[in-house]
Design a binder for this molecule. Structure first.
Ligand code: SAJ
Length: 415
């Protein structure tokens, strides 16, 4: 690996921006590229357009020190890291349009000798697709030095950091890198060894792609097991939280926690990439997705049933983030639950309490209001806990003693 390489990071989101800041902090000359002019302007001003502990400090230090700048178009560089979104379409098929656009943006800049790393979580075969797309645009280059043409190295290095702990995990976690060729794998190892304190595990690109999908599917299947237990326990009149706590005393049992569904941009998405790649064999993975996706509607049914005892129910929904102590509302089951409550119980007044945001998400504007914790809980007939933010778990004892309120605690935070 070059001592101070020029690294272009395409996509300054939850993964690209932290990666750019960490690389700059380790001596690389980093250019962040984003199609959103507001993101570019924010980064160049040393600001971060979303909440992530310690990130803003790292970005502003990198920008002030001259190691990081942002722009709309990729310049020539030694390394290109693609960290753009890979959502799925309505039919659960992967949408690779952002990856395609990133390839098209960097293809013109290549001269040979560069490393192109795909970090976006991707369906199996995407790294090969990236190389094929760029080689079609640039027939003067090759992936394996064949025909004497200058070689470009392609690798996949899936990000595996946990939102809320990104700056720590980016450096501390072990990192899987998979090359399209062994040489590409070794180039990628050098890049990640420059800032990762964890082990760098080198494999081929296809296995690296699958490793990321398998990790998140593993978690999804295990959360589905917990959510399925919550359905069974409600049916049988058993406290699912007590049951799980008891079962987890077994030395080889570690059941996860039920909730209102699985959110975020990864665990609710990535398993579909495996299903899309091998529908016939991915039976458990598909069923887990279906079990977890059924949970928000189940919670709404509980609230609808509770609301029947009030003519004009007042409902306080605590939390709309996709999980505890973050401001990230992407694919949040809580947003879905609140939206469906307002549709199914039109006579209800609904207040949302979300200490991590200043405004309601667009999907809820005009349907619910945003309130503070104490007055919303005091006002409500029904309190629905959707996210186990620390701010909510702390008030559990007071809420348990409030007479006359129906409490639906989807996270078991107030037991
Ligand atoms: N959840 C439950 N019950 C649990 C655990 C989680 O309902 O017991 C829910 C959460 O509330 C949330 C969702 O699952 O809605 C996902 O949360 P999470 O904390 O499990 O995971 P993410 O999406 O924040 O991050 C995951 C991580 N992957 C794994 O733990 C295998 C992270 O390491 C990945 O980097 C990240 O996905 C990603 O970017 O792919």
């Amino acid at each position: 690996m070059l001592v101070s390489p020029t690294v272009v990071v395409v996509g300054l989101g939850y993964i690209g921006l932290p990666t750019a800041a960490v690389l700059a902090g380790c001596g690389a000359h980093v250019v962040g590229v984003d199609i959103n002019p507001e993101t570019v302007a924010a980064v160049n001003a040393g600001r971060v357009p979303f909440v992530e502990p310690d990130l803003e400090r790292a970005v502003s230090a990198a920008v002030e020190g001259g190691g990081l700048r942002a722009q709309a178009v990729p310049p020539p560089a030694d390394v290109y890291i693609i960290a753009v979104p890979t959502p799925f379409k309505a039919d659960h098929q992967p949408d690779l349009s952002y990856v395609d656009a990133a390839c098209d943006a960097i293809a013109d800049q290549l001269t040979g000798g560069e490393l192109v790393v795909l970090e976006s979580t991707s369906p199996p075969g995407t790294t090969q697709m990236v190389a094929d797309r760029i080689m079609i645009a640039r027939p003067d280059l090759s992936t394996d030095a064949s025909g004497g043409r200058p070689q470009v190295h392609f690798a996949h290095a899936p990000e595996r950091v946990l939102p809320g702990r990104i700056m720590h995990e980016l450096v501390a976690n072990d990192r899987i890198v998979g090359g399209l060729t062994p040489a590409a794998g070794e180039h990628a190892r050098g890049l990640y060894a420059s800032f990762c304190k964890g082990k760098i595990l080198v494999t081929d690109a296809l296995t690296a792609e699958m490793s990321k999908l398998v990790e998140n599917s593993y978690r999804d299947v295990n959360i589905a097991f917990a959510n399925e237990l919550s359905f069974i326990c409600d049916n049988m009149g058993i406290d699912v939280w007590e049951l799980i706590d008891l079962a987890n005393h077994h030395p080889r049992v570690d059941i996860l926690r039920p909730g209102p569904g699985v959110g975020g941009h990864c665990i609710a998405v990535d398993p579909w990439f495996i299903v899309a790649a091998d529908r016939d064999n991915a039976r458990l993975i598909r069923t887990a997705r279906e079990v977890n996706d059924a949970k928000p509607a189940y919670v709404v049914d509980q609230v609808v049933a509770a609301a029947e005892q009030f003519a004009t129910p007042r409902i306080a929904c605590l939390g709309v983030a996709f999980k505890a102590n973050v401001d990230d509302l992407r694919e949040s089951p809580a947003v879905q639950v609140v939206g469906e409550i307002t549709e199914r119980i039109p006579q209800a007044s609904v207040t949302v309490v979300e200490p991590h945001v200043l405004t309601l998400p667009e999907a809820l504007v005009g349907k619910a209001s945003l309130g503070d914790l104490v007055s919303s809980v005091e006002w409500a007939d029904i309190v629905v806990l959707l996210v186990d933010h620390d701010a909510f778990t702390a008030v559990g004892p007071q809420i348990r003693t409030m007479a006359g309120k129906t409490v639906i605690d989807t996270r078991g935070a107030w037991r």
